[in-house]
Design a protein around this ligand. Structure first.
Ligand code: VG1
Ligand code: CO
Length: 541
């Protein structure tokens, strides 16, 4: 039986950089998930449509899946394809949407945010192209949440999501599918699996830290079962509702176990980690950390070594705060380059239009036109393919890269859980300062330009303003500052720092030392301590 449950708008159901993310108790609150789900189904007009549904396995994932399924049925959806156990990594969900030509999908995840009864939960809608809904769609969903008076609900028993197969839910087809197999098959079309098998058979060793999150089953199947990496190569391989208490954000701060192993005695050849929903990756060589901006540049320069990219790249896109290292590769290859706002949704049009093949963000996100999300395991496999083809170490490949293109020293400093008012006041003061900055000298460097980044989409001409303050210096150095749009507690200030060294000298400094004047300039220009009381970042990437 379908009922319309009376409800009232709930304030604040506004999706951020990537979907709606809130504390789990908020999401579990009365009508909270239901209201937002109804807003999604109203905006996309669910009747007769087919969707994909899955999540990263965090706490409340299984219950939320049952609610969303009953509401999909009540709203007249024809069919929902669900990952077994309500599990799908974000890139696998994107692939299933595309493979089955569905009308979109719902991903239950707060991605790199911790999970558990007191941590974070999230819901995100992806479009028929497999990519996150663009701003005008998420804005329409938000608007809808402000006027809802009821949501539609089917009264029914839970669907068995643990068994692969087809069932009926109030006239709607539910197809429970293996979350891994289609994704693994896609990877086999892109990479030289025989070469990777030979690499592992030849004694190459890697560590993949899945951080008790969704990548575990994918990495075990592909790396250990299909490519023959030794059993146990993948650690923290079982997805847990609270990620085993880990913070599933693959950066040097949170993936410290992996960092310690890779920097220690007897480190394996290659290390990698991924985040809650499997779309991020951190890559580490023996004794050397690869900054995500450099990773994008190296992948762009070498992608042709993998069968799926042998034809070369159409272009490369990076988010504005990501370093310009990839631009140098694009220029050398004579291919197009694009600079977009933060968030994968801004790459969708460029990928759909065939303008770019690779995309990347400094926040440990890399991906290509094989799906419409960033893809952690894909990046790991592309690195492996490059290592196999070049028969060099990560350190050698990075060294060669910097010698060829120069080095964009890069780091991001995060200041977390700042009071929102303080963070807003600091950003407002900084924005006021911008017009007067060009020509000024700070820390011996001359400012050439300062603005608040605005982006006009080259495909649909939509404009996104206020995407982050940029301060550019004559020597190519750069400061970017913006507030996070994925946090659930106060404000997180992200300070992005970059300095270019053309080489051949000065290519092997410690990034924090190389960036020291830029860091000092950032603190003084933004009056960071005065506004926030903070002097040292919580996370350094
Ligand atoms: C962060 C990153 C951004 C990324 C987004 C979603 O956003 O900076 O690059 O696309 O997270 O990643 P923000 O607004 O907090 O800076 V994920 O893996 O959380 O979907
Ligand atoms: Co993620």
């Amino acid at each position: 039986m379908i009922t319309t449950v009376a409800t009232q708008p709930i304030a604040g159901q506004k999706p951020g950089t990537s979907g709606l993310r809130k504390k789990t108790p908020v999401f579990m609150g009365r009508h909270y998930l239901e209201n937002f789900t109804q807003a999604i189904f109203d905006v996309v007009e669910a009747k007769g449509k087919t969707f994909v549904l899955g999540g990263d396995g965090r706490y409340f994932n299984d219950r939320a899946a049952q609610v969303i399924l009953r509401m999909a049925a009540a709203n007249g959806a024809a069919r929902v394809i669900v990952g077994q156990g309500a599990i799908l990594s974000t890139p696998a969900a994107s692939h299933l949407i595309r493979l089955n030509k569905t009308d979109g999908g719902i991903i239950m995840s707060a991605s790199h945010n911790p999970g558990g009864p007191e941590e974070d939960f999230g819901v995100k809608f992806n479009m028929p192209n497999g990519g996150p809904a663009p701003e005008h769609v998420t804005e329409a969903m938000y608007q809808r949440t402000t006027e809802l008076t009821g949501y539609r609900m089917l009264e029914a028993q839970d669907v068995d999501l643990n068994t692969v197969g087809r069932s009926d839910l109030g006239g709607m087809i539910v197809d429970v599918v293996d979350p891994v197999s289609d994704y693994a098959a896609l990877m086999e079309t892109l990479f030289d699996f025989p070469a990777l098998r030979a690499l592992f058979a030849g004694g190459f060793r890697m560590r993949m830290d899945a951080m008790c999150a969704v990548t575990g089953p994918y990495a075990v199947e592909i790396l250990e079962n299909r490519l023959g990496a030794p059993k146990g190569t993948v650690t923290h391989a079982t997805p847990l509702p609270d990620f085993g208490g880990m913070h599933p954000d693959p950066n040097p701060t949170w993936a410290h176990e992996l960092m310690a192993e890779m920097m220690g005695e007897g480190a394996p050849d290659f290390g990698a980690a991924s985040d809650g929903d499997g779309d991020r990756n951190m890559v580490v060589g023996r004794g050397i950390y690869v900054s995500p901006s450099d990773s994008l540049a190296v992948l762009a320069a070498n992608a042709h070594l993998a069968p799926g990219y042998a034809r070369g790249l159409a272009g490369v896109a990076r988010s504005m705060p990501t370093s310009a290292a990839a631009d140098r590769v694009a220029d050398a290859l004579g291919i197009a380059k694009f600079e977009t706002p933060t968030g994968w949704k801004f790459f969708g049009n460029l990928l759909d239009a065939g303008k770019v093949t690779l995309c990347g963000e400094e926040s440990f996100g890399t991906g290509s036109d094989h799906v419409r999300e960033k893809d952690g395991l894909w990046a790991v496999l592309l690195w492996l393919n490059i290592l196999a083809a070049r028969k060099q170490s990560v350190a050698e490949i990075l060294g060669d890269h910097w010698a060829t293109y120069g080095r964009n020293y890069y780091s991001r400093h995060d200041f977390e859980a700042i009071t929102t008012e303080k963070a807003d006041a600091m950003m407002a003061a900084l924005r006021d300062l911008l017009p007067g900055l060009p020509g000024r000298e700070v820390e011996g460097m001359t400012i050439t330009a300062a603005d608040d980044f605005a982006y006009t989409d080259p495909v649909d001409a939509s404009v996104s303003a206020k995407q982050g303050v940029r301060i550019l210096f004559a020597d190519g150095s750069r400061i970017v500052m913006r507030l996070s749009g994925t946090g659930t507690e106060g404000a997180t200030l992200r300070v992005y720092l970059e300095r270019y060294a053309p080489g051949p000298d000065g290519l092997d400094h410690d990034p924090q030392q190389a960036l020291a004047p830029v860091i000092r300039a950032a603190h003084s220009l933004a009056r960071l301590e005065e506004f926030t009381g903070r002097t040292t970042p919580d996370v350094v990437t």
